[in-house]
Design a protein around this ligand. Structure first.
Ligand SMILES: [Zn+2]
Ligand SMILES: [Zn+2]
Length: 458
């Protein structure tokens, strides 16, 4: 079996992994780098340019996993593409939105490479996707099979508990098993329910390490953290301010809306208007439509019905007043310049009445990362095209990660005791911690941090 890490660094970048097993060639995920532009935003597809792929399997619809799939499909017209139904539906919305973003960037950045693909190409690509239910083995030609009665390489999706549609991917080939976790959460969130992952013998485990450098705070429980957020919102309103919660459009927006709904239902907070962005609202629609079809909590909750959020877009955001008692649940989660959360943050950052609450991961170099680590009265620049500002608003961090805690990952790996463990999807410190921690108890496992672009024989 061969493996190449097509992500360009030891990082959470443009995730993509090449696997060759049983004479078949496939790629797991094909993301877009959140920080780089043009060709640099693509996975390192040059490393497999001379190989003809049989299949592409997608774990979920976050940009860092699906964002450049149409480019790979253009270069590999013979490859079949598989994902869950939820991922396909969300992926459709995400990729078309990405074309719009890249079209705007074409002018802003002056890059003629953009858009990397068009709406038309995206539509044609989507027509070729095959969606597969969870817990059902398929061959790479798209045939449902009983894996016990075939020698062919098969794949099977397992619920990853991360966002709607997210799946871990189990490959069975020539008596060996390879399991790729994608992004996983082993604990319940407010909407998403904990992953159900294979407990059978796994020979090669490819596992994400997002939270490898952050321990779960002592005594942390999700219920307590929800209460703390409710209290913080209450005091923000009492100060006469509004609250900005920067979120990813997919996953975190829906989790936060469900939490706000719970706060109101439990009478922790009174009535208040909530604002979200256009992409987020399209994704909420999919969550609502699939509420009874997906394995989730609060299946009767319609996010666009009960919390009834108001929708803002690139134009109306400029006119939206930062009024007391309102909550703005806006993307992007990293507060990338020119996105709704960045534009709105610049408006409130200098005012001590207002609050910004972070609820998940942010790259330390992103605008959200800068804001998180800044001290009160510090001069900060969250959009390089705009003047620096003094940080006077209230900033607080909450822990509602959609990713598995490092402790729960260690538990899972120690139960499986795979022969080989490949550590991916983490910043260098996160991956280092995981490597050191797993080496303590798993002396019979080979723990590998796959260097980008290097072919490994497993
Ligand atoms: Zn993800
Ligand atoms: Zn990811």
């Amino acid at each position: 079996m061969k493996f190449i890490n097509l992500t360009r660094g030891t990082e959470i970048g443009a995730n993509s992994y090449y696997v060759e097993a049983d004479g078949k060639r496939l790629v797991l995920d094909c993301g877009m780098h959140p920080k780089f532009e043009g060709d640099e935003a693509l996975p390192n597809l040059k490393a497999i340019a001379d190989r003809r792929l049989d299949a592409i399997l997608i774990s979920h619809s976050h940009q860092d996993h699906i964002g450049t799939l149409p480019v790979l499909m253009r270069r590999q017209p013979g490859a079949r593409v598989f994902m869950t139904e939820g991922t396909a539906e969300i992926g459709n919305t995400m990729l078309h939105n990405s074309v719009n973003v890249m079209t705007r960037q074409r002018e802003q950045l002056g890059t003629m490479l953009y858009p990397l693909f068009t709406h038309r190409e995206t539509d044609r690509a989507i027509d070729l996707w095959q969606s597969c239910p969870l817990r059902q083995a398929y061959t790479l030609s798209g045939e449902r099979v009983n894996w016990r009665s075939t020698d062919a390489l098969t794949f099977e999706f397992f619920d990853a508990g991360h966002v709607l549609g997210s799946a871990g991917i189990l490959l069975r080939a020539g008596g060996r098993t390879i399991f790729y976790t994608g992004d996983v959460n082993f604990d319940d969130q407010t909407v998403a329910r904990a992953a159900i992952f294979p407990e059978e013998r796994i020979d090669v485990l490819i596992i994400e390490c997002t939270r490898g450098d952050t321990p779960v705070p002592a005594g942390w429980t999700r219920t307590d953290e929800e209460q703390r957020l409710a209290r913080a919102i209450d005091s923000a309103f009492a100060r006469g301010g509004c609250v900005l919660i920067p979120v990813f459009a997919l996953g975190k927006t829906q989790e936060v809306l469900a939490m706000l709904h719970k706060f109101r239902r439990a009478k922790l907070l009174g009535a208040f208007p909530v604002y979200i962005g256009g992409l987020s609202s399209k994704l909420c629609e999919i969550y609502d439509r699939r509420a009874h079809m997906s394995r989730r909590q609060l299946p009767r909750l319609q996010l666009l019905g009960e919390p009834k959020p108001f929708i803002l877009d690139g134009q109306t955001i400029h006119a939206a007043p930062a009024r007391a008692g309102r909550i703005y649940v806006l993307s992007s989660g990293m507060m990338t310049p020119k996105t709704l959360s960045n534009i709105f943050a610049r408006r409130i950052v200098g005012n001590p009445r207002h609050s910004i609450f972070f609820v998940g991961y942010a790259d330390p170099e992103s605008a959200a990362g800068i804001l998180k680590s800044a001290l009160p009265e510090e001069q900060i620049t969250i959009d390089p095209d705009e003047p620096a500002q003094t940080l006077r608003c209230h900033v607080e961090q909450f822990q509602f990660s959609a990713h598995a805690s490092r402790e729960s990952i260690v538990q899972y790996v120690e139960r499986l005791r795979p022969k080989k463990i490949l550590l991916i999807h983490g910043d260098p410190l996160a991956v280092e911690w995981m490597c050191a921690r797993l080496s303590l108890d798993l002396s019979n496992s080979e723990i590998i941090v796959p260097a980008p672009g290097v072919e490994l024989e497993l």
